[in-house]
Every structure is written in structure tokens, then in C-alpha cells.
Ligand binder design. Sequence first.
Ligand code: HEM
Length: 478
Amino acid sequence: MRTEETTPAAEPVGPLSGPLKIPLVGRPLRLAGFFSDPVRSLLRIRERYGKLSAIQQGDARMVFAFSPELNREVLASTDRFCVRSLAENAPKTSALYRLRTHLLGLNGDDHRKARRLVSSAFTRPRVEAYREDMAALADKLFERWRLGEVIDVEREMQQLALWVVSHTVYGVSPTDANLGLGLRIKQIVQGLFSPVAMLLPHDLPGSPYRTLLRRAEAVEQELLALIAKKRTQPGEHRDALAALVHARGEDGAPFTDEELAGHTFLLFFGGYDTTANALGWTLLLLALHPRVLHDVQDELTVLQGAPPTHEQLAALPLLDAVVKESLRLLSPVAFTARSAARGATLGGHAIPERADVFISPLATHRLPEFYEHPNRFLPERWLKGEPPSPWAYLPFGAGPHVCVGASLAALEIRITLAMLLQRFTLLPPDGARIDHQVQATLSTKAGMPMRVLARQRVASPPRIEGDIRELFEAPVGT
Ligand code: HEM
């Protein structure tokens, strides 16, 4: 870990008002400081202050919960801990405000009803029907790689995830003009997570927040145009948006255009960066652990160069274990937050109303009580013993807001890896620098360079530089 001197510092603050007795973080981080490096902050807060702690700065109250029991209290008790969209403070007449009408902006019965409808677009047969398209898109990506060249694996996986999510959520092909929509949506979400937008959410000329508001307007228009097009297209509704346009709630009512725009906004973002980053991190971890890489490649020989069928995917235990372990160690959604309702308690402590309560899959996944050698990449841990509880292993979240696209992501990740690893060995060039950042999801700061080689045995792990080395114990050689 970095030394204390280099960690974003902040002034000590007074105790939280109210009867809160949980330990205050003694040398608390500034709000913006926290968001400038949330992973390091979260791991440090857990290490120093244990499973429940809090910081306060001005009106901002942040509570940190790091145990399976507390995860369950926060994520399952939706009446005590509510989702609150980051766009909640946007002007009420703005597109940014309207686009928050999605599952992670809804609570209680509103959420339950909308969730039922959105889930209907992700049933098992619907997801499985994407297998061939996913394989074709992966092939399309690999065709542009040349042996010996260094590619940015993160960017390549983002390209693939963009194609897949455009296809599955909007029914848009890689050549379609709407493909850029995904990138524009990503810019908005990154804007919402930026410390500047959080601290200065004011529509002032030239301000980053005004840019954010304008971008949201443009994206909303694009989404509404797509929705209008879907309404005129009867047929089999293979993509999620078409399914949602034609879905009906318990009372027979369809989603309004505003709801459709909000839900597809989240589906698009939820399915894009997360999956791309999961793929990128898995490829990096494999490159740094040649023994595991060889074992998976050996397991995949049964496929004889072809993409796996559903039956074959179910019979590739090591591939499955590698994906689970990568999602454990470098969870793309490193943390999530809820807002405390009036009278909420957590771990027996009263929590002030509207305090932001953070839980972290990434930090939970490193609790030594649940994971032996928590900082090591050890896929074999998934091949023996009982799996951890859903509150101790939660890369896709848990409770009523658990990821609606988890099976889609699981399929995409496994198909892509199975196809890629049969053909290629990707290795970072000696001394390549890889730093991490969190902009909504855990990604790199400046890409993930790797050389494309024909599938081959690697004698020793390549040596890399950068702060990513702080997030896991790399094997000797790196
Ligand atoms: C590796 C890939 C993915 C990861 C790690 C991931 C992770 C998560 C997590 C942790 C949550 C819960 C957030 C919270 O409780 O605050 C979540 C929710 C959600 N995810 Fe995913 N996700 C992935 C892929 C996808 C895909 C492919 C889609 C859709 C195409 C998607 C759509 C959603 C939606 C709509 C929600 C909100 C569910 C609700 O509030 O009821 N995600 N995801």
C-alpha cells in the first residue's frame, strides 16, 4: 500500500451528530479525496477502522460497512437503506434528472414493479440466444489483431463490450451510427462520478456540470429517437429495448418513454464498462499467472478451436473458477452506496438520516476470515469446499438490486475468454506500467498494453510496473 504521506489527507472532523457511536475515521479523507482514489481509501479505512466506521465533513456523512452481515443489512433492508441517484440534485426539468428513472434510482414497490418488467428482457432463453452473436463479435475483434503487435487490451475489450451491449440492449450493429451512443452515455456516468460534479453541481457557464447537463440532453434525444423507432418495429424483439417497449406491467400498463429512456440508459452503462473491465482484468491476471493460464488453455482444447456451446461452457470448471476469482480480486464495481432513511440502524448503531452508506464488494472479497490468502489470485479456491454466502461474494451485488444482467455478462465473459485463449497468448511487454482508477467502475488510468502472441507456453511471469501491483500479490517475476 502507499504510505500515509501520499494518501489524500483531510482535516480531522468532529463527531457525527446524533447517537452514532461507531468509530469516526480518525484522520478522515476529504470527500473529493475519497473519490479520487476510492479503492485505496476503502481498503485503508477497512484496515484501520474495522468493519464499521464513519466520516463527516460538513453535511456529508459517509458510513463504511465491511462485513457480510453488514452488507446484508444494507442491501436487503431497502426500507432503511435506499438507492439514491447521483443525478437527484440535478435541476428537476433537466434531462439528467429524467434519466435517473431506472432500477438504481427506484425503491420499494416502484422498484419491484419496474424490475419485474426489466428482468423479462433477461430471461435465460433470451440470454442464451445471444451466444452465437457474441461469438461472431469476438471473432470480428480478433480479426483486427496482428501477431506481435502491442494492443491496449482494455480498449479492445471496451470495443467488444460496446458491440455486444449495443446489439443486446439496442439491437444496433457494429456499423450502425448509434454505436457512439454508448460512449456518450459513458461520458455522462463518468461526469456524475467526478469529484468536480459532486462538489459543484451548478449550471454555470463553462462549468463541467453544464457540459454534463448538455450531454444528458443530447443522449436523451438519441434514446427517444431509438424508442420511437422500436415502437414502429413489430417482430421478435430480440434486443432488450424492443422487449421493454412492448412489455406490460401487472396492471397492463407499458413503460412511458421517460421510463424507457432511463432504464435503457442504465442497462447500457451497466453492461458496458463492467463487462469490458472484468475481461481486461482477467486477461491481465492470467498473463501474470502462467501456470493458471496454461491449465485453462489445456482445459479449452476440448473445444477444438470452436466457440463453446452452452453444454460445453457448463463443463469448463477452471474457466469458471478463473472468472469468479478475477471478479473477486478486481471487482469492476468496487463499491456501491445507499442513503440511510430516517431511523435507520446498522450493526446496532443509529445512522443519521441521508448519510451515505458505502459497502464494497472488492473490500469484502479480501476479508481473511472468508478467503485464505485474500490478495492472491488462486482460482483453485473455487474448485473445493463450500462457496461463500451471497453477502461475502458479491461482484454482481446482492439483494433486490442484484445485477439484472449477471447471466448476460457471465456468458459474454466466458465465451470471449474461451475463444481468445484458444488462439492467443497476451502478455504485457516487459516493464509495462498499469495504474488503476475508479470512474464508476475499476479500470486502468492509461490502458493495459499487451503483446498479441500465438498461443504458447510462458516460462515466467512478465514484469509490470504501476499501482495495480498494490491490489494483489503478484507472483515472483513481476
Ligand atoms: C461483469 C459485469 C457486471 C458487473 C460486475 C455488474 C455489477 C453490478 C452490481 C454490483 C450491481 C448492484 C449495484 C448496487 O446494488 O448498487 C449491478 C446492478 C445492475 N446491473 Fe450489473 N454488472 C455487470 C453487468 C451488467 C450487464 C451486462 C447489464 C445489462 C445489460 C447490467 C445491468 C445492471 C442493472 C440494470 C442493475 C440494477 C439492478 C437493480 O437495481 O435492480 N449489469 N450490477
